[in-house]
Design a protein around this ligand. Structure first.
Ligand code: NAD
Length: 356
């Protein structure tokens, strides 16, 4: 069995569904169910013995230790985090609490468990820490993309807290020999993305006839990767990554935010035209830029491609089309997230739920 933390969030949900469909090995899913955790995403697994859900905090070392031992866990994939940059600007404390202190608590539990394993299971054990390209800071327009050697220069409380967690993971390898691997991935998009993030927010606001808020001049550049490709990269690193190494994961899709918004508008124009015949792009509204907004992130993913043979399956064109179609087909999911009804669903409908 593997332990997935944060498996009710955006990427965690996609990972758990992909893992059970493609690998089939049971998953123990530990998630605190903050506002970002939505068990309804995993409704298709209700009653499936290969998915066991526990509501709890990664920082609860005693709980994690008990779960690892009871379930004879062979690997941990750590997605659990506070993940929204804007929220980190308004309330950084939760980011330090989960991303730094929580990761520390998790590492302590894993270290104790791993240290007591018999030799064969000990050498096969893996801890995969999922991180972000934002730890590297901002790039100038012409600068080469981030390699794994790029120095850490986090600029937001979110990226600083993730950088701290990456350093703790690294230190547990160097100091205690814990078998870790870390992935630093660019911006993900795809199904189950909470509608506070750029792409789902634009789809949802466009369809609701609301303004499409674009920060500053909209020329902030990000690399975009379809979430299913991030999941396949994590599976590959878990399987074949070198211990103590980090792997950058990206889609070679550098795009300014404004172009992303215009692409979403064009797809909606095609698939769900506005009743007045105008483009959804008419709804774009420029708003004051985010403080300290990084100008550009770009990922050099050659190491994972060369050493582990991983490549994304989706281009941006195919991935964004799938994503827009998913949101058009899942208006009920969006409505339940927006109304908060998804939070009631988990307490009434999820038979396997277990509170810690
Ligand atoms: P998310 O906010 O959608 O999900 C986070 C999940 O973690 C939620 O289900 C939440 O309930 C859970 N959680 C939060 N605090 C917890 C705690 N203390 N204990 C247990 N569970 C807790 O985030 P996401 O977008 O799915 O990101 C997952 C991971 O991937 C994060 O570590 C993030 O830094 C990293 N990442 C995200 C992106 C991206 O574009 N979304 C890109 C690169 C890396």
């Amino acid at each position: 069995m593997i332990l997935v933390t944060g498996g009710a969030g955006f990427i965690g949900t996609n990972f758990v569904l992909d893992w059970i469909a493609s690998v089939g090995e049971p998953v123990l899913n530990l998630d605190k169910l903050t506002y970002a955790g939505n068990l309804e995403n995993l409704a298709s697994l209700a009653g499936d013995a290969r998915h066991r859900f526990v509501q709890g905090d990664i920082g609860d070392t005693a709980l994690v230790g008990r779960l690892l031992a009871e379930n004879e866990v062979r690997a941990v994939v750590n997605f659990a985090a506070e993940s929204h940059v804007d929220r980190s600007i308004h309330g950084p404390a939760a980011f330090v609490e989960t991303n730094v202190v929580g990761t520390f608590g998790l590492l302590e539990a894993v270290r104790a468990y791993w240290g007591a394993l018999p030799a064969e299971r000990k050498s096969a054990f893996r801890f995969l820490h999922v991180s972000t390209d934002e730890v590297y800071g901002s790039l100038d327009a012409q600068a080469p993309a981030f390699t794994e050697q790029h120095r850490y220069e986090p600029n937001s409380p979110y990226s600083a807290s993730k950088a701290a967690s990456d350093h703790l993971v690294r230190a547990y390898h160097h100091t205690y020999g814990l078998p870790v691997v870390t992935t630093n991935c660019s911006n993900n998009y795809g199904p189950f993305h909470f509608p506070e993030k750029l792409i789902p927010l634009m789809i949802v606001n466009a369809l609701a006839g609301k303004p499409l808020p674009v920060y500053g001049d909209g020329q902030q550049v990000r690399d975009w990767l379809y979430v299913g490709d991030h999941c396949s990269a994590i599976r590959r690193v878990l399987e074949a990554g070198q211990l103590g190494e980090t792997y950058n994961v990206g889609g070679w899709n550098e795009k300014p935010n404004l172009e992303i918004v215009r692409t979403v508008c064009a797809l909606l124009d095609e698939k769900r035209p506005r009743v007045d015949g105008k483009s959804y792009a008419e709804q774009i509204a420029y708003v004051t830029d985010r403080p300290g907004h990084d100008r550009r992130y770009a990922i050099d993913a050659r190491k994972i491609e060369r050493e582990l043979g991983w490549k994304p399956a989706e281009t941006f064109d195919t991935g964004i089309r799938k994503t827009v179609e998913w949101y058009l087909d899942h208006a009920d999911w969006v409505a339940r997230v927006q109304s908060g009804a998804y939070r009631e669903w988990l307490s009434t409908n999820y038979g396997e739920r277990e509170s810690a």
